[in-house]
Design a protein around this ligand. Structure first.
Ligand SMILES: [Zn+2]
Length: 406
């Protein structure tokens, strides 16, 4: 349990106006984050709790694909980036001069690392197929970042890379990944407003990439959703000269929504395996190319999207499975021991508890802080409630209270 009297961070009286979206202001006011410099944030204890829970949901679903978790370096040498001719072509690549007269990059993506790394283990068809993923900080040297936490220079990503014997097996794994992604966004409460969206692929393939776009009024993307088959298209691939026509069913009936990209899938095909000479010997003794795709989820971005998506006029609202705590116990007067007893009981039922035992803070302030933090359930322990032997449980999403025996 977390006792606020021993907690170092304090809420602010009002939301600071620091960005063009309200959730970032609320996150600052409710002591989830502190800004270090433009577009770079410190994650304080409660934000980190939310982050770890989202990470674990993503981990569980990646593990269900038989993918193995690894961790690659954030720093990588210029020579490797030159192998794929990307040192100069990626405009957001951070270039770092180092003391040994060499140059390094802070990685915005890891294809250039994971391909030579895994090629060491692939000789024959028996060594394929597999997926590896990591949850790692990425860096983009953005000229201007946007919307608070939406597009920063440093952010946390889950990136999965899969390696295949053929295009056919790759496509079947890709269908499995789509199922896993749906589960991830469903468990995060976003699936009903999240669309698998066709977007442009890279120049070496005719295949589309897929983006997972969550509808959000301040989103930076625009998606065209077919009203007949629900296929979504990123604005960048919609032929606006001829107006919209669905790429799947040809319907012209559509709606346009602002959305925020929370995940993506890129068909890499043999772009990187060729560059690093990753090949395998098949059962017919022929040497063949390895096919590869990558699949991303922006962990820190999705966390911000959840904050923005669920907030209301009183503050943040967290889905119970990723909330920093499930219960917020307001203690009035000298009743801390009783509150701790109740917290222990709740913890034995796998609940997580914040006890607001701050001195000289009135009930109204504690109640509005509980709402601001977005904790799903609020309990009040006072002389009055103890006298009756019952306590009141109020849900963050409704005005109704339940009466429960202590
Ligand atoms: Zn359609």
């Amino acid at each position: 349990m977390l006792q606020l009297s021993k907690f170092p961070v304090k809420t602010l009286k009002s939301a600071p106006k620091v960005s063009d979206n309200r959730s970032t202001s609320l996150l600052l006011q409710a002591w989830f984050i502190r800004q270090e410099m433009a577009w770079v944030y410190n994650y304080l204890p409660l934000w980190l709790k939310v982050l770890r829970k989202i990470e674990n949901i993503v981990r569980q679903e990646m593990n269900s694909l038989w993918a193995q978790e690894i961790l690659m370096p954030a720093l990588w040498s210029k020579e490797h980036w030159e192998t794929t001719k990307r040192w100069d072509s990626i405009d957001v690549l951070f270039h770092l001069p180092a003391s040994d007269n060499k140059e390094y990059a802070l990685n915005p993506t890891h294809e250039d690392l994971v391909t030579p790394l895994m090629s060491e283990f692939v000789q024959s068809y028996k060594d394929l197929e597999f997926g590896v993923y990591q949850i790692q900080n990425k860096f983009r040297n953005e000229k201007r970042a946007k919307s608070g936490l939406l597009r920063g220079r440093e952010f946390l990503m889950k990136d999965l890379y899969s390696f295949h014997k053929s295009e056919e097996t790759l496509l079947s794994y890709y269908e499995d990944v789509k199922v896993a992604y749906k589960k991830v966004f469903d468990r995060l409460g976003l699936w009903s407003d999240t669309y698998e969206t066709l977007a442009s692929g890279w120049d070496f393939t005719t295949l589309n990439s897929h983006e997972y776009q969550t509808i959000l009024s301040i989103g930076e993307d625009e998606i065209y959703i077919c009203n007949d088959c629900k296929t979504a298209h990123n604005k960048e691939i919609v032929d606006l000269v001829n107006w919209f026509s669905c790429s799947k069913c040809n319907s012209k009936n559509h709606s346009v929504e602002k959305a925020c990209e929370v995940g993506n899938i890129f068909p890499l095909m043999t772009r990187f395996t060729e560059a690093f000479d990753m090949k395998y010997t098949d059962s017919d003794w022929k040497t063949k190319e390895v096919y590869m795709w990558c699949y991303g989820i922006g962990i820190s971005r999705v966390m911000w999207v959840i904050a923005e998506y669920f907030m209301d006029d009183k503050g943040l609202v967290w889905p119970e499975n990723i909330a920093p705590a499930t219960h917020y116990i307001i203690v009035m007067w000298d009743n801390l021991d009783k509150a701790k007893d109740l917290a222990k009981k709740l913890e034995s039922e796998w609940k997580e508890v914040i006890i607001d035992d701050r001195e000289k803070v009135w009930f109204g302030q504690k109640a509005s802080d509980a709402d601001l933090l977005g904790i799903p359930y609020r309990i009040v322990i006072s002389d009055k409630t103890l006298e009756t032997g019952w306590y009141e449980l109020k849900s963050r999403n409704s005005e109704e209270t339940q009466i429960i025996p202590l």
